[in-house]
Design a protein around this ligand. Structure first.
Ligand code: HXC
Length: 511
């Protein structure tokens, strides 16, 4: 018996070495951890249960039948816990054929995907891989197809998170693209469908891997990645933090953590957050931080479309999604990027039963040919659609401007906002005073005195929350300092909200 126990331990030892010490050293030299080291950091200590450690590739082409059979075949899979809650995980092992995906490698991933879906818990993929195992040809492509299909079926049922921790090409970018969130590690990770060499051949562009698909590109320009971190350790610890915000599935309740932050906490500084000058910016994140429990806010897409802020926080220990126009960037205007960013976030919250708290200070949609040619109508409609279809509790606070179509879009009463408050500084109107007066009093434009009078009249009548409040579009005009208490009470009241959309196979959001 002792002998077989020793044999098992030896086989395990060999499997844990992956592609061998030299490749592990090379991985470390590049500032990257190995797949198993990453899993250790991601999960609670000692909770990882590894599956399929002895699975080997079965390819016979291109001399692969004679190649060394490396147990595990380039991916480490299993499950464990994050702060006591179950998560499934797979981590590409770059030391084995560059983490490339073979038929058996794919089977290991799909087994974990199936378990995560059946048992309703989040799945996290740690990517560091060269795409399809070239020697396996169509068997590898088929393997990716199986992974993709499961990504899609799990979408909206369990949270799926991808963390890019090395080079990722081909199928290793499309699988993450189907998940809810993508995070990257700066300087060591990049993602592209085809690498710099292919780009050079096809388009004659000379571009580095970093320029083509590094974290700075994907967090700012392309918006493929939701955030980037400086190194593996920071990224993995932040994934633990994110998991704490997320429910295990679309049927599970919102996670609740102990909070020592009084939900009735008054913040007098909010009474002076909005400047007297309506054209002066202020930082909407200050409001989010002052409203959320312990100021804890996990921002999503921090570096992209910064004119809108999205992310998770908690009120009374329970997760909420915050969406807020940011007056500090482009005056908080809604453009195509901001609309798409917020729409995706709102849909995630709705899919996973997370209440949405919206802070509104928006001068409207961004005018101009660049936006119109870029499809602003369709992209703006995405956000409108997302808010309108959402059935989760929706609490909206207008802090300052809510102009034009953007007023409607930003979780207004008309889109089934449950509780709609405004600060006394709110201005709810079709447009600002200058634009309005120029249009409706065009005949008086030559008379400066008359125009000044008309402008004042417009400002007094329309640039306030009261016209909307008179119609019941705003439930109450509240004191800024009591915002946290008002939101907490609204969310408590809405905890058992029931609302269903008409049956449909699925909707047809303007993609
Ligand atoms: C088999 C691979 C491999 C692959 C890397 N390796 N990619 N083996 N299939 N796809 C092996 C290498 O032979 C090498 O083995 C080891 O992994 C490390 O690779 P290096 O090239 O030495 O590392 P590095 O210089 O860091 O470059 C990493 C890389 C590069 C950028 C990922 O290897 C690369 O470009 N690989 C090919 C990427 C690609 O075109 N994949 C196919 C995409 S198509 P040794 O033994 O020397 O350690 C695809 C189809 C699905 O994925 C699409 C579905 C939509």
């Amino acid at each position: 018996m002792k002998h077989v126990l020793e044999t098992l331990e030896q086989r395990r030892e060999a499997a844990r070495l992956g592609g061998g010490q030299a490749r592990i050293d090379a991985q470390h030299k590049r500032g990257k951890l190995t797949a198993r080291e990453r899993i250790e950091l991601l999960l609670d200590h000692g909770t990882f249960e590894e599956y399929d450690m002895f699975v080997q590739q079965r390819c016979v082409d291109f001399g692969m039948d004679k190649a060394e059979k490396i147990p595990g075949d380039g991916v480490v899979t299993g499950w464990g816990t994050v702060n006591g809650r179950t998560v499934y995980v797979f981590a590409k092992d770059f030391t084995v054929y560059g983490g490339s995906l073979s038929e058996t490698h794919a089977q290991k991933i799909t087994k974990i995907q199936d378990m995560a879906l059946k048992n309703r818990a989040p799945i996290i993929g740690l990517f560091d891989a060269g795409g399809a195992r070239i020697q396996e040809g169509v068997a590898a492509l088929g393997g990716y197809g199986e992974v993709f299909q499961r990504n899609v079926l799990a979408s909206g049922v369990i949270p799926q998170i991808s963390l890019i921790m090395g080079p990722c090409a081909g199928g290793d970018v499309y699988a993450p693209a189907l998940t809810d969130f993508i995070f990257m590690v700066r300087d060591t990770s990049y993602m592209f469908v085809t690498g710099p060499d292919v780009v050079k051949t096809v388009t004659n562009e000379t571009v580095t891997a970093e320029e083509l698909g590094g974290a700075s590109v994907h967090t700012t320009k392309s918006s493929i990645a939701d955030r980037a971190y400086d190194n593996d350790v920071e990224a993995l610890l932040q994934m633990r933090r994110l998991i704490d915000f997320l429910p295990a599935s679309n049927r599970d309740s919102v996670p609740e953590w102990p909070s020592f932050d009084d939900s009735a906490r008054i913040d007098a500084s909010l009474d002076t957050l909005v400047p007297d000058n309506p054209n002066k910016p202020y930082d909407i994140k200050e409001l989010i931080h002052k409203v959320a429990d312990e100021g804890d806010f996990f921002e999503i897409q921090e570096a992209h479309a910064r004119n809108i802020v999205t992310g998770f926080g908690r009120i009374e220990g329970r997760t909420v999604g915050f969406v807020a126009n940011q007056p500090m960037v482009l005056a908080g205007v809604l453009d195509s990027d901001a609309s798409r960013k917020a729409a995706r976030f709102v849909r995630f919250c709705d899919a996973f039963n997370l209440p949405i708290v919206t802070f509104v200070d928006v001068p409207g949609f961004l005018p101009g040919t660049a936006q119109e040619y870029g499809g602003l109508i369709k992209h703006g409609a995405k956000l409108l659609f997302a808010y309108a279809e959402a059935t989760v509790p929706k609490v909206t606070i207008i802090t300052r401007k809510a102009f034009g179509g953007a007023y409607d879009v930003m979780a207004s009463k008309h889109l089934r906002g449950d509780v709609n408050y405004a600060w006394p500084s709110a201005q709810i109107a079709v447009m600002g005073a200058k634009g309005a007066v120029e249009i409706i009093f065009r005949a008086d434009m030559a008379d400066a005195e008359k125009i000044a009078e008309r402008t004042k009249e417009y400002e007094e009548r329309f640039l306030s929350p009261f016209v909307a409040a008179e119609r019941g579009y705003i439930d109450e005009v509240i004191m800024p300092h009591s915002t946290r208490r008002r939101i907490a009470r609204a969310l408590a009241m809405l905890r058992h909200k029931e609302l269903e959309n008409p049956w449909k196979k699925h909707d047809n959001i303007p993609l």
